[in-house]
Design a protein around this ligand. Structure first.
Ligand SMILES: [Zn+2]
Length: 542
């Protein structure tokens, strides 16, 4: 049973067998192919280090859009990697937690148990070290295994280090395994008691350098001359009309500067330094076993939410990210044998255009859909049937019901749900309202929206309705730009592998981010210890 954190009283619940349900849906272009029994045709030895770089909210098209100005790490992936240019998170709620949870699991959210950010990593039983004000965090809701577990099943010496600005982005790629997992909270990097009781010396030393605090009084200026940026800087929709012009000055107060660092390219730079410190301190990647370094970079997400994908800020962020990743890879190659490192670059989701900036030619015109209006429509529909509103609840895209408690009132519940669905469909910005149980019998080959919802929840989940907004419409929550929909602009992300195991090139076939883990497992010569949704991307392999 999984409890929503936040306002919902209801829970998403489903039978225990649900997580082992077969992968009944197929991507349109790929036959089912189980990764078990994979043997590497290649004679290249397994990597001593697998590096997963996840860029939060990174659109695949950024690599081409800014391509001529890239010369660092992103350029190295784009030009030297096996790049799947039509890779998607093939699930509906394209948020950070579900996205990260799929990456090294090779399974959709219906099976990882991480179905939304609100069913993420919050865990009061796992307080943060040295930060009692922050909510605790752990992977207790994550179900099943990840690549880290498969590697350890083969060689218990395999270790993992995962770092991010965000707790969920550090924790979820690793799954439930004990590992070195650190994220940014209260101006410093820390972890929770799920992992350890004290911070290791190397993290304490890193924090003592106060790199985020030292941004106080400095400014985020453009990396290149003004003329290198074709985007207008003065777009008042950015940041809801506040502080949308370069240069972006950090506050003079050091604690405030560390907070502001989150929405700048500089925290990623600091985090990449932390990853290298950790690699050294933990002696990762020294063979004979395969270790894992997972780095999730969150600046792009904060900048994308605030300024949008078409902003000058995003352009400069991607350029700086490129340079920072280049320096990171150069340093890594000085520390370890580059021929023994396998890289994967991807994102946890994409992002849509700021609704107000979507061209007028796009119909229907995108709007911001009021969550309160949807809630009011549900209350009216329930009241008409005299149903207990504590037993049916709506949270953004989904309506949940406690059918067990409503057993004698099933007919009334169905009437209320139909009534609500009709009211919701009449609202501008709502594209579809579907009964989840109908989608389970729907066309998952030709209808990507149906398929992505089916991949989101177990078949036995108490999800009654799912709501899909029209393209570029958003739920009204104060964010300038957002993601979270099953539309391609939110699902489409880069998926690029580099290292001697991979055949460089651009591959245009439709693939899924759940294919990342089985592909890395094949390269490492390990077998997933459970049934996966993903398949080995053999075309990428030499
Ligand atoms: Zn994200």
């Amino acid at each position: 049973m999984i409890r929503f954190v936040g306002t919902l009283l209801l829970v998403i619940c489903f039978s225990a067998s649900a997580s082992s349900q077969s992968a009944a849906t197929r991507s349109p272009s790929q036959p089912r192919e189980l990764p078990s029994g994979v043997s590497m045709a290649s004679a290249i030895p397994a990597p001593s280090l697998i590096v997963l770089i996840t860029i939060d909210q990174f659109r695949d098209d950024y690599l081409d859009r800014f391509g001529p100005q890239l010369r660092g790490g992103l350029a190295r992936f784009a030009h030297g990697g096996a790049w799947f240019t039509n890779a998607h998170h093939d699930h509906a709620i394209t948020e950070t937690a579900p996205g990260h949870a799929t990456l090294l699991a090779g399974r959709f959210p219906r099976s990882t148990g991480i179905m939304a950010n609100r069913i993420g990593v919050a865990d009061p039983a796992a307080p943060l070290l040295g930060d009692n004000a922050a909510p605790g965090a752990s992977p207790k809701r994550f179900q099943g295994t990840t690549l880290v577990d498969w590697l350890r099943a083969k060689d218990p010496r395999s270790r993992a280090l995962s770092v991010s600005r965000k707790d969920r982005a550090a924790i979820l790629p690793i799954g439930r395994s004990q590992a070195d997992v650190y994220w940014f909270s209260g101006g410093r990097f820390t972890t929770s008691r799920y992992y350890r009781d004290t911070l290791p010396d190397w993290v304490n030393r890193f924090n003592a350098r106060r790199m985020p605090q030292n941004l106080a009084g400095k400014s985020w200026t453009l990396l290149l001359p003004d003329s290198a940026y074709k985007e207008p800087d003065s777009v008042s929709f950015e940041m809801n009309g506040r502080n949308f012009l370069f240069p972006h000055r950090f506050p003079d107060d050091s604690a405030a500067a560390a907070g502001a660092a989150i929405a700048s390219p500089f925290l990623d730079e600091i985090e990449l330094d932390l990853a290298l410190e950790g690699l050294n301190a933990l002696s990762l990647g020294k063979a004979p076993q395969t270790d894992v370094l997972a780095v999730s970079l969150s600046a792009t997400d904060a900048i994308g939410h605030g300024y949008g994908q078409d902003s000058r800020e995003m352009h400069d962020n991607v350029l700086r990210l490129d340079r920072n990743l280049g320096a990171f890879i150069d340093s890594l190659f000085k520390l370890r044998d580059s021929t023994r490192i396998a890289f994967a670059l991807t994102a946890d989701h994409g992002v849509g255009t700021i609704p107000e900036l979507v061209p007028r030619s796009v119909k229907p015109t995108p709007v911001r859909v009021s969550v309160a209006d949807l809630a009011a429509a549900l209350r009216i529909a329930l009241a008409a049937q005299k149903l207990d509103s504590n037993l049916v609840d709506q949270d953004h895209q989904i309506v949940l019901a406690d059918r067990n408690a409503l057993k004698s009132r099933t007919g009334d519940l169905d009437k209320a749900l139909s009534d609500f669905a009709a009211r919701a469909r009449a609202m501008p910005g709502v594209a579809r309202v579907d009964r989840f149980r109908d989608l389970l019998r729907g066309d998952t080959i030709n209808d990507a929206i149906t398929r992505r919802w089916v991949h989101q929840f177990p078949a036995t989940a108490n999800v009654e309705l799912v709501i899909t907004l029209t393209p570029f419409s958003l739920f009204s929550e104060g964010l300038v730009a957002n993601h979270g929909s099953p539309h391609d602009y939110d699902t489409h992300v880069p998926l690029i592998f580099t290292g001697p195991w991979f055949a460089p090139g651009r591959y245009g076939e439709f693939v899924r981010t759940v294919d990342l883990a089985p592909t890395l497992a094949a390269v490492a010569g390990v077998k997933p210890t459970e049934k996966l949704d993903g398949v080995v991307l053999r075309r990428a392999l030499k």
